[in-house]
Ligand binder design. Structure first.
Ligand code: I3S
Length: 129
């Protein structure tokens, strides 16, 4: 991953393109809206930039493109989503302590497995406590 221009000494830990939809926000159910997002895992934050598709350049630091949204992974949980949650394959369900639920998906087995591992490792370190 390219490092953030604002924090050049802090490389992002993982990045790539994933399909993502929020399904719950503040405990309230939302209508699914799958979008392809450039996704960056950095520390205990997961950042999504909408509409950058397969772009591999870091754009979060520029004025034009802020992260579409950021998820705080501290105290979050990650599991493989049940078939009831989505008909797609390789779907991760991420629940935050703030009451948001997201589905994260990739058609590519190895890609989604790597993300699953990275997310569970990040969450299970409890290094923020
Ligand atoms: O859980 P749902 O409602 O079956 O989710 C599907 C819908 O969001 C659908 O959009 P609309 O019903 O708003 O047109 C999406 O196109 C599907 O991708 C959603 O289901 P999957 O199983 O792909 O998550």
């Amino acid at each position: 991953c390219p490092s953030s221009p604002k924090h050049p000494s802090t490389p992002s830990e993982k990045c790539g393109v994933l399909n993502v939809t929020k399904i719950t926000e503040n405990g309230k159910k939302l209508r699914k809206n799958w979008t392809s997002s450039w996704t960056v895992l950095q520390g205990f934050s997961l950042l999504f930039a909408k509409g950058q598709g397969s772009s591999t350049s870091w754009k979060f630091g520029s004025n034009q493109s802020k992260p579409e949204f950021t998820v705080d992974l501290r105290g979050a949980s990650v599991e493989w989503a049940s078939k009831e949650k989505s008909s797609k394959k390789h779907v991760i369900e991420l629940k935050t302590r703030q009451g948001a639920e997201l589905l994260i998906q990739s058609e590519i087995d190895s890609v989604i497995n790597d993300w699953y591992r990275a997310l569970t490792e990040t969450i299970s370190t409890h290094a923020w406590e």
